[in-house]
Design a protein around this ligand. Structure first.
Ligand code: V47
Ligand code: SF4
Length: 364
């Protein structure tokens, strides 16, 4: 393939990076910056596609899953978040355990993954979450319960006056299998303090994931990009995740989340281009050599961009989702939910082979 010729990469300033990718060698911080500086996104994308193909061939994964958001009331008030409401503010909601069960039942799916997250509510006790998990565990024994971000786990711990380890242990007993990847945002303190000064710090976020790994729980991880962060901040974030994975091997999937600007208090000078989104997904695949899967989250990317991402390093299309609030409050124009048949058509449309998976990425 012309794109892989070393002369071509020499003109892009990426000859050494190309050789490392071809040899399966780990990329450095400077390599990550060089990839972002490359003027030609296709050159970066081709390397990421090579790395993705080496891992997964032409497979693209999807899951029959369902998202439930139990509350939008949150004490953190992150500046980018269009979803959050103050307690008592109009539009605020809290679901009861019965509401959660009814939402799951309404979809008439047999989900293999149930994704439950919400705001950091000032008063919901840990018992509320234990009861929800236990009830779902009983009704959906086949589903992987991927619930509560590290930020929520830290919040539950401080409300209850117990450690995050105790929270994780109690939730695991109630039925928790996995933590979703949300709340990571950007780790570097100078950016995090401007985006979300009240939520768990980067060190706390990483510590909760590593504690979860120690308890045998798998987790995902994310990066929110395209706001006030620099390329170096993105590379730093990816390397911190890679180092964390070296310590515990518990991360299954990385989800790059492009910042959606609607209804947000955060105004930015230059919104992301589609190519910058794709390049960031590609650099993520290349830097995160120890995280098996990269998700093209169609809800936030839009379906067509998620399809393109499958050629820029991503190998997972997420799933049926059913109803999503966080991205849609922020202006996501993607629809609510897709069927298994539609997901397979989208994947085949990119000449990839659709593979249905469970929450742990086992093929089903
Ligand atoms: O933590 C909030 C992000 C995340 C905006 O683990 C925004 O499988 C863009 O983490 N524009 C929640 N993003 C979503 C998430 C996720 C989604 C799907 C699968 C998994 C998984 C995880 O959404 C938040 C935050 O980083 N977010 N506001 C916004 N305006
Ligand atoms: Fe709360 Fe999460 Fe929104 Fe931050 S991103 S305000 S923690 S709901």
């Amino acid at each position: 393939m012309q794109l892989f010729k070393s002369d071509y990469y020499k003109t892009m300033g990426l000859a050494a990076v190309r050789d490392k990718v071809m040899d399966g060698e780990r990329l450095s911080f400077e390599d990550g910056e060089r990839l972002f500086d490359c003027p030609e996104p296709l050159a970066v994308g081709a390397l990421a596609h090579h790395a993705r193909t080496r891992l997964h061939g032409d497979k693209a994964f999807y899951v029959v899953n369902q998202h439930v958001n139990y509350t939008n009331v949150c004490v953190n008030g992150c500046v980018f978040c269009a979803y959050q409401r103050e307690e008592g503010q109009s539009g605020g909601f809290v679901l009861t355990r019965e509401d959660v069960l009814a939402q799951l039942a309404d979809a008439s799916l047999e989900p293999r993954e149930i994704h439950i997250v919400g705001g950091c509510h000032p008063r919901l006790p840990l018992a509320y979450f234990e009861e929800i998990l236990a009830a779902i565990r009983e009704r959906y024994p086949q589903a992987v319960l991927k619930c509560f971000t590290a930020v929520e786990i830290s919040h539950f711990a401080s409300l209850e006056g117990i450690t995050t380890g105790e929270v994780l242990t109690r939730l695991k007993v109630a039925g928790l299998d996995m933590l979703p990847g949300g709340g990571a945002e950007i780790f570097r303190p100078a950016i995090r303090e401007q985006l979300c000064p009240r939520k768990a710090t980067a060190d706390q976020w990483l510590a909760v994931h590593e504690e979860a790994h120690g308890l045998g729980l798998k987790t995902n991880c994310t990066m929110l990009f395209g706001h006030i962060e620099s390329h170096a901040d993105r590379v730093d974030h990816l390397i911190r995740l890679r180092e964390s994975q070296d310590r515990g091997r518990g991360y299954t999937c990385f989800i790059p989340l492009p910042f959606l600007t609607e209804n947000s208090k955060l105004s930015i000078d230059s919104p992301l281009t589609g190519l910058e989104e794709l390049k960031t997904i590609a650099v993520s695949r290349l830097m995160l050599d120890n995280i098996p899967h990269i998700k093209a989250y169609w809800v936030m990317l839009g379906v067509k961009q998620a399809q393109a991402a499958l050629k820029f390093g991503a190998d997972d299309f997420d799933g049926t989702v059913v109803e999503e609030k966080i991205g849609h409050e922020a202006g996501a124009t993607s629809r609510q939910g897709m069927t298994r048949i539609e997901l397979e058509e989208m994947i085949r449309g990119c000449r990839c082979t659709p593979i249905e998976r469970d929450g742990y990425f086992n093929e089903v």
